[in-house]
Design a protein around this ligand. Structure first.
Ligand code: TXD
Length: 316
């Protein structure tokens, strides 16, 4: 089997962790691109020099030239500014739209067959723009938000119940904003409903309150990290989340992961990128998994989608 090639556009905080994770998992050869001279070269040299310790054997290259991304199977985009305390993701739209425009042009010209995973914020708008400019089919341009938002939700549940994070499944749908939709009804500990476990622990009323607090914390979890770091936003967790998606694509695993996908009628949404469960394989999004939302969930989804529409509409 030919070696896979992964290109990472943006060599900042998330880009560096992405490169290291690709190497540690030997997902393929890795190119790290940034406009800052020396930054991607320095990071890749640093990561390459520890191959003998971590025992990975992949080619790692830092570059300021888009030519080097030729032949990429997967391109992950983190180029763009992160939030500072007090900022919403949407505050980044103007500056990051300009960056995304040049990035998408670079990918289109040099890696026309790649599958693109966008991480840059505001996520739903940046994926939309990236697809528009590249003109790539929708199944090959997707965004990472849901894997991370879901992992945050699952973490809070595990900590609350005192059980292993390995045994909790939880999922969020919708946009990557404060109106995202954590799916309370389907959160489980190895299949046992979390709502039931919370009722056992606290009684029905207090159990509901505890769940509501976790939903609220999930929605604000990115901001919680920003407020602590003060100089940027989360980077380990978004990197690991995008790697789970990239790995499913590169190895054709067909994992079902919450993914920012272009919807054409699914969940009642038409013509917008929104987070939904998708099967990720060698073709990118191979299918979108639909199921019936109850009235409350649908109302939350509608609100989240409305926010995405407004955000996308605000792009010049
Ligand atoms: O889950 C998610 N989707 C996210 C998204 C979770 C957390 C943070 N998320 C967003 O990712 C965040 O709001 C930012 O928009 C991106 C990247 O975050 P990161 O923390 O990696 O930001 P850095 O460290 O500032 O890195 C950005 C890099 C930096 O090295 C710049 O020089 C580079 O982007 N940059 C460019 N690269 C290529 N081309 C252009 N034009 C360019 N402009 C800046």
């Amino acid at each position: 089997m030919a070696r896979k090639k992964i290109s990472l556009i943006g060599g900042g905080q998330i880009g560096g962790v992405l490169a290291q994770l690709c190497a540690l998992r030997e997902l393929g050869d890795v190119v790290l691109f940034d406009i800052v001279e020396g930054l991607p070269q320095g990071k890749m040299l640093d990561i390459a020099e520890v191959g003998p310790v971590d025992r990975y054997d992949v080619n790692l290259k830092g570059t300021n030239s888009y030519e080097d991304i030729k032949g990429s199977d997967v391109v992950i985009v983190t180029a763009g500014l992160p939030r500072k305390p007090g900022m919403s993701r949407d505050d980044l739209i103007e500056v990051n739209s300009k960056i995304m425009t040049s990035v998408a042009e670079g990918i289109k010209a040099n890696a026309p067959n790649a599958i693109i995973i966008v991480i840059s914020n505001p996520l739903d708008a940046m994926v939309t723009l990236c697809q528009k400019i590249t003109g790539f089919p929708y199944n090959r341009v997707i965004g990472q938000a849901g894997v991370l938002d879901s992992a945050r939700f699952a973490s809070f549940i595990a900590w609350e119940l005192g059980v292993s994070v390995k045994d909790v499944t939880a999922m969020t749908l919708g946009g990557h904003g404060d109106d995202m939709v954590p799916l309370v009804r389907y959160a489980s500990v190895n299949g046992i409903p979390v709502t039931e476990l919370l009722t056992q622990k606290y009684g029905a009323e207090k159990g509901k309150e505890v769940m509501e607090a976790m939903v609220k914390r999930t929605r604000g979890a990115g901001g919680e990290v920003v407020a602590l770091l003060k100089t940027g936003s989360a980077f380990y967790s978004p990197a690991s989340s995008a790697i789970a998606m990239a790995e499913s694509i590169l190895k054709d695993q067909k994992r079902v992961l919450p993914t920012c996908c272009y919807l054409q009628g699914e969940f009642g949404v038409n013509g917008f990128y929104v987070g939904v469960p998708a099967v990720l394989g060698e073709k990118g999004v191979e299918s979108i998994i639909q199921f019936k939302l109850d009235a409350e969930e649908q109302a939350m989804m509608d609100k989240s989608v409305a926010a995405v529409k407004e955000l996308v509409g605000s792009m010049k």
